[in-house]
Design a protein around this ligand. Structure first.
Ligand code: ZN
Ligand code: ZN
Length: 444
């Protein structure tokens, strides 16, 4: 390495340390940088550091990375449903061109992960789950477009969306990032990124470990840049992780599937993490009646904070009848099903008025089938619409702004925080219905 390159590495390591000084940031360990001598930079030095970053990556080593091949990290590895999640040592992953290495701050605890952990959604194993994260950018590939490096410089804080668009397939090229072909063909079907390879390997044996989205339940993760947005320092660093799935899913459903208009009446069936985010988005979009349906009084009580104008406990009363009563006998303009159960799928369709939209966002067990009254669907022009998420490149920055403006309250949406060592317990609690809205695992 040249003298200049060494100096720039030192400057960069210093700038990472100063980035960690904000109230929202935790001091970094920077194990692989520790052998570099840190010098006090001047303003001019920092300028040089920024400008030289790309060329430094090209010249710093044969591989072009700061990360030593022997560096390791902890990840929560899933092997099969009979075994608990275990924190194991993995190699620190290396981003390919267009991907970003992130030091994970926090990762949300979602039912989709739980479906994988319970064996209800088939997925490659061993794997690391976790698909809504915040963290700090630590590295880029030497051949990554400089515009990406400029947008997400080392040291910047980011939030990652669970649908990670390739950016160039048929659907992505039409702006429909939520339908990205590569995401489904590679990540969801094979547990890899879009060259067909995972970025995760066990430390020591080198055994491949697959990735559910970015594999966020680990100290470091690799995320395609298309799935990232810059996280402003004004937003809570841990809680903002839920922007990447709970809020992202709700926003996609309300914007692209339901196309909510001010004054619409909306019922949300299942007001956990995603459902309660739907309430907040519905309120933000000017919905008139916002009806929360659940079987937990605690969740229904909290739903009022998120904008529910009415609550229905589906164990104590007939949810469809109650929704009709609230809407003057009509049914709601839009009903959202956030549980992925055949019974609530049917309830959702039955809750909408003639010409209304039943939006399905809850993932079910593999092979689950929902029933629809065909004649009503045909005669009364009912729309049944599936919606998996939102469009990362267009929507994620908007979600960040919604949160920044206070329209979406992240702090009240996160009801519980777990340490990394408690990741297994977090999923256990989710499975037992003990998490009122959304939980996050604080990894670093
Ligand atoms: Zn999720
Ligand atoms: Zn794509």
């Amino acid at each position: 390495m040249s003298g200049l390159a060494k100096r720039v590495v030192a400057l960069l390591s210093k700038s990472y340390s100063s980035a960690a000084a904000s109230p929202h940031r935790t001091p970094s360990s920077w194990r692989w940088l520790s052998h570099h001598r840190v010098v006090e930079p001047t303003h001019r030095d920092e300028e040089i550091g920024r400008r030289c970053y790309s060329s430094l990556l090209l010249s710093s080593s044969a591989a072009g990375y700061h990360v030593s091949p022997s560096s390791s990290m902890k990840g929560a590895v899933f092997r099969d449903p009979t075994r608990p999640l275990s924190l194991e040592l993995l190699q620190i992953p290396r981003p390919q061109a267009g991907e970003v290495l992130i030091r994970t701050k926090s990762c949300g605890v979602c039912h989709s992960d739980l479906h994988v952990l319970k064996g209800e959604l088939p997925f490659a194993s061993p794997c690391v789950v976790g698909h809504e994260i915040t963290g700090e950018v630590v590295d880029h590939h030497p051949l990554t477009d400089p515009k990406i490096v400029h947008k997400f410089p080392v040291g910047s804080l980011v939030v990652g969306a669970f649908i990670m668009p390739c950016g160039s397939c048929f659907h992505c090229s039409k702006g429909h990032d939520d339908l990205c072909e590569d995401f489904f063909a590679y990540n969801r079907a094979q547990g890899t990124l879009y060259d067909g390879n995972t970025r995760l390997f066990l430390h020591g044996t080198g055994e491949p470990v697959y990735m559910y989205s970015m594999g966020g339940m680990a100290e470091y993760c690799v995320v395609p840049a298309n799935a990232l947005a810059v996280l402003p320092g004004s937003l809570p660093y841990s809680e903002s992780a839920i922007l990447g799935c709970a809020v992202f899913t709700a926003y996609g459903a309300m914007t692209h599937a339901a196309e909510v208009r001010p004054g619409d009446s909306i019922a949300v069936i299942g007001v956990g993490g995603v459902g309660s985010s739907c309430l907040q988005i519905a309120k933000a979009f000017g919905a008139s009646d916002v009806i929360a349906v659940d079987i937990s009084d605690e969740k229904l009580q909290k739903a009022k904070i998120f904008g529910a104008t009415h609550t229905v406990n589906a164990i104590k009363e007939d949810a469809i009848e109650k929704i009709k009563t609230i809407t003057g006998g009509m049914g709601v303009d839009i009903a959202v099903e956030a549980l992925g159960k055949p019974q609530t799928f049917l309830q959702c369709v039955q809750s909408v008025r003639d010409g209304g939209k039943a939006v399905m966002i809850g993932l079910a067990k593999s092979g689950a089938v929902g029933e629809v009254d065909i004649n009503r669907l045909v005669r009364r022009k009912i729309k049944v619409i599936g919606s998996y998420g939102a469009r990362a490149r267009q929507d994620l920055p908007k979600l960040v702004k919604l949160a920044e403006s206070g329209i979406f309250n992240l702090t009240s949406a996160v009801s519980r925080k777990y340490t990394f060592e408690e990741a297994g317990k977090a999923f256990q609690d989710l499975d037992q219905g003990k998490i009122v809205s959304r939980a996050v695992v604080e990894i670093m």
